[in-house]
Design a protein around this ligand. Structure first.
Ligand SMILES: Cc1cc2nc3c(=O)[nH]c(=O)nc-3n(C[C@H](O)[C@H](O)[C@H](O)COP(=O)(O)OP(=O)(O)OC[C@H]3O[C@@H](n4cnc5c(N)ncnc54)[C@H](O)[C@@H]3O)c2cc1C
Length: 534
């Protein structure tokens, strides 16, 4: 099963194709290149687009005095709520410090303490100071800058921007041997083309745009997970979507990336109130507004449902230093016509991070030969049911290096692609209704009836096909596939665990300490299995 796309008008070739230019794709490309293979790195917008440059907090690694990988492992397992793959966590925490040192050797500059050591801070869920940060809250931008400089300085890595990977090419036995691409404005490589390779690495980032409110940039449409599904690969844990509780609400019809209103604003006295002006967190949790993220997100969602309002309010008017203390957030509010010094800020929960994705082993191999996945697109099992803060940049660094090592050791000969007919393409007009349905029925809180209703809406939307090929149509077709995968998995998991919360099954159930695995067959039928956690 493939997306509708025109006949390829050009061809390209490299040993390895890497799709995506975030921390995962760039790290993988650099390490493969260091082993002497040629790399074609394609990225669907400008090279620095993606979640990586937006990462604020930092990167977690057991580098501080007295800290150990074992303690990092314990914190990661607690956050993962019984669903982490312990072998994947072991790899993440033990290889993490070396991966960070390599990033520093590649030119990334982290904030230092007064004594000249790398300054390590602490975030929710970490019992040690182990978060490296850069430029205060601009860690992702520094990681992206350093890796991009290294990639752009290497003539063995060919980069094509504005190149959207549509589907993978597969040989007669299903082995992945390249990709179909749509490129805008790259001279001889314009329009639909095909690039052949001996291995393909998907590093296309998150899928936040499945929801109407998200902190993810507009490129985060989960293309890699969708193309892996169409290639027959297994996906895992897709029901586990982290929601950030307080994101600036602009309007139901405003898509794209929503600005975060950081926890620190609540930490400095801002209060959450509902439409009636009542402070609702007080009676819900001893820490009130500063309760854990999932608790706050759930209560905000409940208030929104009860008052039939698309947001609640964050009252920060008590903070007279708001403009100097939170300049970025202040600017975002002012741009949207809200003065936080005198007005309450409308906020709603927004999808923030996908803990699940394309199921991979410890070397980033998917269940399809020749196809690897890395970063937020992949599901290594290291995050389980909930990601520990600042473990995701680390995952891209660690597993990018492992994928490169595996490819360098095992790269097969080039095989030829089979001919495949492509059929499936949905109208871009379904994007907003799809996102709204997902936020309503498969978002922060789910139930059998809300998930059934969402599935019915998705079924109706799936009849709105198109033959007009463009980026919006390819992206929305991917969003649709992911939405179905998320809803199916959320329906299957009849418990609440980690970032998956069901109002009809509010408790964690020991017999559900299993992962839900899904795949699509060539006729487009879904197959679901459950796997014991290792
Ligand atoms: C606001 C915010 C704050 C965060 N803060 C932190 C933090 O402090 N610490 C932390 O560890 N994590 C944080 N995260 C999460 C972290 O940033 C991401 O999980 C991580 O950067 C993902 O890296 P990636 O390389 O997998 O994907 P991305 O960085 O998203 O890169 C994906 C790339 O794939 C490209 N792409 C997508 N689809 C296609 C296609 N079809 N064809 C070609 N190219 C494609 C994109 O253009 C992009 O280049 C934060 C995320 C957000 C949104």
């Amino acid at each position: 099963m493939k997306l509708l796309a025109g006949k390829p008008g050009w061809t390209a070739q490299a040993d390895v194709i890497v799709i995506g230019s975030g921390v995962a794709g760039l790290t993988t490309a650099l390490n493969i290149r260091a082993g002497g293979l040629s790399v074609l790195l394609v990225t669907k917008a400008k090279i620095d687009e993606g979640s990586t440059k937006w990462a604020q907090g930092g990167i977690a690694a057991a580098l501080g005095p007295g800290d150990t990988p074992d303690q990092h492992k314990k914190d990661t397992l607690i956050a993962g709520a019984g669903l982490c793959d312990t072998a994947a966590v072991d790899v993440l925490v033990t290889e993490g410090p070396e991966a960070v040192r390599k990033l520093i050797a590649r030119g990334a500059v982290f904030d230092k303490s007064e004594t000249g050591e790398i300054a390590l801070t602490r975030e929710g869920g970490h019992l040690r100071n182990r978060i490296l940060h850069a430029g205060g809250d601009a860690t992702g931008a520094e990681v992206s800058r350093a890796l991009l400089a290294a990639v752009q300085g290497d003539s063995g890595i060919q980069v094509i921007e504005n190149a959207l990977a549509i589907d993978v090419l597969q040989s007669a036995d299903g082995t992945v041997c390249g990709v179909t691409l749509h490129v805008i404005g790259a001279g001889s490589k314009d329009g639909v083309g095909r690039a052949l390779s001996r291995a393909v690495v998907i590093a296309t980032g998150g899928l936040g745009q499945v929801y109407s409110q998200t902190t993810n940039p507009s490129v985060s449409t989960g293309d890699g997970v969708a193309l892996a599904l169409r290639a027959g690969a297994e996906v895992a844990d897709v029901e586990f979507i982290q929601f950030h509780p307080t994101v600036l609400w602009r309007d139901t019809n405003v898509g794209g990336q929503q600005p975060l209103i950081s926890e620190a604003v609540r930490g400095e006295g801002a209060l959450l109130v509902n439409d009636k002006g009542e402070r609702f967190m007080l009676e819900k949790h001893p820490q009130a507004e500063l309760a854990p993220r999932d608790v706050v997100a759930k209560e905000i969602f409940t208030q929104m449902k009860e008052s039939n309002s698309p947001h609640v309010w964050l009252d920060a008017t008590c903070n007279k230093d708001f403009a100097t203390r939170f300049p970025t957030i202040y600017a975002s509010c002012m741009e949207n016509g809200i003065d936080p010094l005198t007005q309450m800020i409308p906020v709603a929960p927004a999808s923030h991070y996908a803990s699940g994705g394309v199921k991979v082993d410890l070397n980033g191999r998917t269940t399809i030969p020749g196809l690897y996945a890395c970063g937020e697109t992949a599901c290594t099992g290291a995050h389980g049911a909930n990601r520990l803060a600042s473990n995701s940049l680390l995952e891209g660094l660690v597993f990018g290096a492992r994928i490169a090592a595996d490819i360098l050791e095992n790269i097969p000969a080039q095989v030829q692609p089979r001919e495949e007919s492509s059929t499936f393409l949905l109208s871009p007009a379904i994007q907003l209704p799809l996102q709204l349905a997902m936020s309503q029925g498969a978002g922060v809180m789910r139930s059998e009836s809300s998930l059934d209703e969402t599935l019915r809406t998705l079924e109706q939307l799936s009849t709105r096909t198109t033959t007009e090929q463009n980026i919006a149509a390819w992206e929305v077709s991917n969003l649709y596939l992911l939405a179905v995968a998320i809803v199916r998995s959320a329906k299957e998991r009849k418990e609440s665990r980690g970032s998956h919360r069901r109002s009809d099954f509010p408790d964690q159930v020991p017999t559900w300490q299993k992962r839900i695995i899904q795949r699509l067959d060539s006729a487009g039928h879904w197959h679901t299995t459950q796997e014991e956690v290792k």
